[in-house]
Ligand binder design. Sequence first.
Ligand code: 13P
Length: 265
Amino acid sequence: MIQVKRQKFVIGNWKMHTNAAEARKLAKAIAVGVGREDRVCVAVCPPFPYLALVTENLKGSKVSLGAQNLYPEEEGAFTGEVSPTMLLDLGCRFVILGHSERRHILGESDAFINRKVHVALAAGLDVILCVGETLEQREANQTSAVLESQIILGLAALSASLLPRLSIAYEPVWAIGNSGHQATPQQAEEEHIVIRESLARMFGKEAQSVVIQYGGSVKPENASALLSQPNVDGALIGGASLHADQFLAIIQVAIEQTQREEKST
Ligand code: 13P
């Protein structure tokens, strides 16, 4: 199969971390560190209350803004929820949907996530759809089936024309945070291929262009081995994205990998 060039994504998911002062400082440091660099797509996803403040501090920079969730309605009586239009209003380009913490802690179903995917894309947000198996599912040899089902149900009824605005994040639940476990680069590559094959069955050859990021304990130390895998097109980073130096070091790895790939083609 022809190797399609895909831009590397390095995205920080700040989860429920930072206060206003920390969010401002982190956004500023990342904006300065990234400078005019645009070979790699860089974004940060702060908590909702700091989106406005972070957007201010990213102004004029090459760093995009993303949100960690949305509610799939335009407006209405949905106490505590945030609409896609509100996110766009605050300067968001991306939204993370289907994160395992929302699936497992907040009980989000594939059907609900699918509704969000449709509404987000229709509103004009680019979607990062997270998929990933639990340790129990991996040990029961269900990983491929779980990933395929999350892809099929999460992207049900999606038009292939929207694929350029979609990326997938493979986040094995057992490798997230301080679990003490990390996926090996080979495990990540294997599951990214499973995901790409599922996408290909749904959307045909357009699947080759979809960016598939890896998430789960990505650090400056393991970023190079992960990002050098042919189907690992980027990283969705939790813990290390809260430290500007670590996040910038991972971006640097992505730039170097991009340069290597450009030279070899
Ligand atoms: P960690 O990088 O902290 O493992 O988090 C990964 C993640 O869940 C990003 O969305």
